[in-house]
Design a protein around this ligand. Structure first.
Ligand SMILES: Nc1ncnc2c1ncn2[C@@H]1O[C@H](COP(=O)(O)OP(=O)(O)O)[C@@H](O)[C@H]1O
Ligand SMILES: [Mg+2]
Length: 233
């Protein structure tokens, strides 16, 4: 039985006079994959920023592995086992792919070796190439590998397939499912092709609240969701 890893209750986030999130409840179990969708400006990144401690919510609580974390400094939350991949790649371009992974493994607590990490991210054959020479999608996978190498319990991905080809997008969805036997993944995305390929527990963020949560096939078939999002992008 998997237990709840992260639980947010009644999250509100106000920026001056603007209420970006209100009454947001969210939970995710260990070793599962959840996807948060919603149009630009829905509050997806704001929600991730609250989990990582970049923002302190103006209301509500967040519990991670049983501990209250809302308002803790980002480095303290990271140390508890929450990793995040940003949209802009931050690999070391003049080092090889394997060296990048090695550096990430040093600081972390993952028992995995370099070979295993490269296998997971699908870059075994690129191990001796410079990270700076990788294609855009491959760089994103390397970054995911570097985040995983630190041994997190939870990995947060903000629009992981931005700028990727359809083929890279599909491969990224597969990669994320490979990760789910070692950590929980929460991805935020507005590219519906990625969400379809990920085909997982999906939450729809609408006007600062989650208004549906269901397997993606049900989300895609939901008239109300379609009216609000899928038809109007
Ligand atoms: N630091 C901030 N100050 C003021 N408004 C913000 C700030 N961050 C986000 N917002 C606003 O909150 C809303 C949600 O933004 P965001 O979470 O980035 O949406 P998404 O990631 O879903 O596109 C937007 O209207 C955005 O302009
Ligand atoms: Mg965003």
């Amino acid at each position: 039985m998997n237990g709840t890893l992260l639980q947010a209750e009644g999250i509100g986030m106000r920026f001056g006079g603007f209420q970006a999130l209100s009454g947001v409840d969210f939970d995710v179990k260990e070793n599962s994959v959840a996807c948060i969708i919603g149009p630009n400006g829905a509050g997806k990144s704001t929600f991730l920023n609250i989990i990582t401690g970049t923002l302190t919510p103006t209301a509500g609580t967040v519990r991670f592995a049983g501990q209250a974390i809302a308002g803790l400094a980002p480095h303290r939350i990271a140390r508890l086992g929450i990793a995040r991949k940003f949209q802009i790649p931050s690999v070391f371009p003049s080092m090889t792919v394997a060296e990048n992974v090695e550096v990430a493994l040093w600081g972390g607590r993952s028992p995995a070796g370099i070979d295993e990490m490269l296998e997971i991210i699908g870059l075994s054959r690129r191990r001796l190439d410079l990270a700076g020479d990788l294609a855009h999608g491959e760089k994103q996978w390397l970054e995911i590998g570097m985040a995983i190498a630190t041994g997190p319990k939870l990995l947060l991905l903000d629009e992981p397939t931005a700028g990727m080809t359809p083929e890279e997008t599909r491969a990224t969805a597969e990669l994320i499912h490979r990760l789910s036997n070692r950590c929980t993944v929460v991805a935020v995305e507005h590219d519906i092709n990625f969400v379809r390929a990920l085909d997982t527990d999906t939450l729809v963020l609408h006007q600062g609240q989650f208004f549906r949560r269901a397997p993606f096939v049900e989300i895609e078939a939901d008239e109300a969701v379609r009216d609000v999002y899928l038809g109007r992008r």
